[in-house]
Design a protein around this ligand. Structure first.
Ligand code: GLY
Length: 371
């Protein structure tokens, strides 16, 4: 039985374990498992802090506290929501709050939120007093299928996404679909952008399944959410620190990060969300795949049409091309002047360590804005 059905049909207070990693991932109605997990941690947890933003404070904390006796005396650390909070100033403030409250090395930090909370919370925990333990409870679809799993923690450096950070594993990850009910359509679409990535890097059957679902029926996506976590944990197990294979999880991200940064600069009030930007980045990296790796053009056209019909696009103007290229050149995955991208020979047949020139990127962006 898939975890979503499990969650929806099963009234017993239990969750399912699917981790291939050194730490467990509980999926489903996890509350009693969470209590037991924290209770059994050694050395004993001295104090629990829960990092939230205003949305997860309002919508998720009541459910969590109501269902968990261990968390009854926890302290809440709240930040504003949004990618622009993922910076050193906010870290400083949070480290200072922990220090003022005499948080010791047996403190546990619970990151309750989307990708910003798990990325930054993981970074704060990994660096405070050289590292305290943390648990991720992802509440956005994007964090549930991607950001909260795999040990990547960090913050942005100005507009440069995730430029500062470290690999550091949580003690455990607890995923409960109940939290998806609180998300906006745009946040669901953003999470689906990462599920699209998993479908295309893994196998044709997943892409077939992916395009058969409607974005507004997230309860039907149970298989794909579970498949995404399976794919991610298997890849991360083989290459935890991204020396090789794990790079394929960056498919669509070199362009995606640049689009996301551009939109943050140009439209800070309504920027592209991460997964929306990745979907647009996938079009561009597939365009290079057609040119350089003979990716089938009819499959490219089908995927491109699908993305343009279902995801928000971003109006890049010709004069913005240089800005996008500059942002891409600063991507941490590059070597010297080469721009690193992930290319596909076909769906499920991925080549990492591929590079494109500035001129090729320019041609691709001209194509993208002509669509
Ligand atoms: N989000 C890509 C990774 O975790 O490697």
């Amino acid at each position: 039985m898939s975890f979503f059905n499990y969650f929806c049909k099963n009234t017993i207070d239990m969750s399912k374990l699917i981790s291939h990693l050194s730490y467990p991932i509980y999926i489903g109605d996890f509350f009693s498992d969470l209590d037991a997990f924290i209770f059994q941690m050694q050395p004993k947890v001295s104090k629990v802090y829960i990092l939230v933003d205003e949305n997860t404070h309002l919508h998720c904390i009541p459910t969590l506290i109501r269902n968990s006796s261990v968390l009854a005396n926890s302290e809440i650390l709240e930040i504003e929501s949004g990618e622009n909070q993922k910076n050193l100033d906010i870290c400083f403030h949070l480290w200072q709050t922990l220090a003022e409250n005499n948080a010791d090395r047996n403190t546990l930090l619970i990151n309750l939120g989307g990708g910003v909370i798990s990325d930054m919370g993981g970074f704060i925990a990994s660096t405070y007093k050289r590292g305290i333990r943390f648990i991720n409870i992802p509440t956005s679809l994007l964090a549930q299928v991607d950001a909260a799993v795999g040990g990547k923690t960090g913050i942005d450096l100005g507009v440069l996404k995730n430029h500062i950070g470290c690999f550091s594993n949580p003690e455990a990850v607890f995923v409960n679909p109940i939290f998806l009910d609180t998300l906006s359509n745009q946040e669901i679409t953003s999470g689906i952008g990462e599920i699209l990535k998993y479908s295309l890097i893994d196998r044709y059957e997943l892409w077939d399944e992916f395009k058969s679902y409607h974005f507004n029926e997230i309860s039907k996506w149970e298989n794909l959410i579970e498949s995404s976590l399976e794919i991610k944990t298997k890849i991360v197990k083989l290459d935890p620190s991204e020396k090789g294979l794990r790079k394929i999880l960056n498919f669509g991200h070199t362009y995606g990060h640049a689009f996301e940064s551009l939109s943050l600069q140009e439209k800070p009030e309504a920027p592209l969300l991460h997964g929306e930007a990745v979907a647009l980045g996938i079009i561009c990296e597939l365009w290079h795949s057609v040119k350089k790796n003979n990716f089938p053009i009819h499959v490219f056209n089908e995927i491109k049409e699908f993305i343009f019909q279902n995801f928000r696009t971003y109006p890049i103007e010709e004069k913005g091309i240089d800005t996008v290229i500059d942002l891409m050149k600063k991507d941490k995955k590059n070597t010297e002047q080469n721009i690193s991208v992930i290319l596909l020979n076909n769906i499920g047949d991925v080549q990492f360590d591929s590079f494109v020139s500035e001129q090729e990127v320019r041609e691709c962006l001209l194509y993208f804005i002509s669509q």
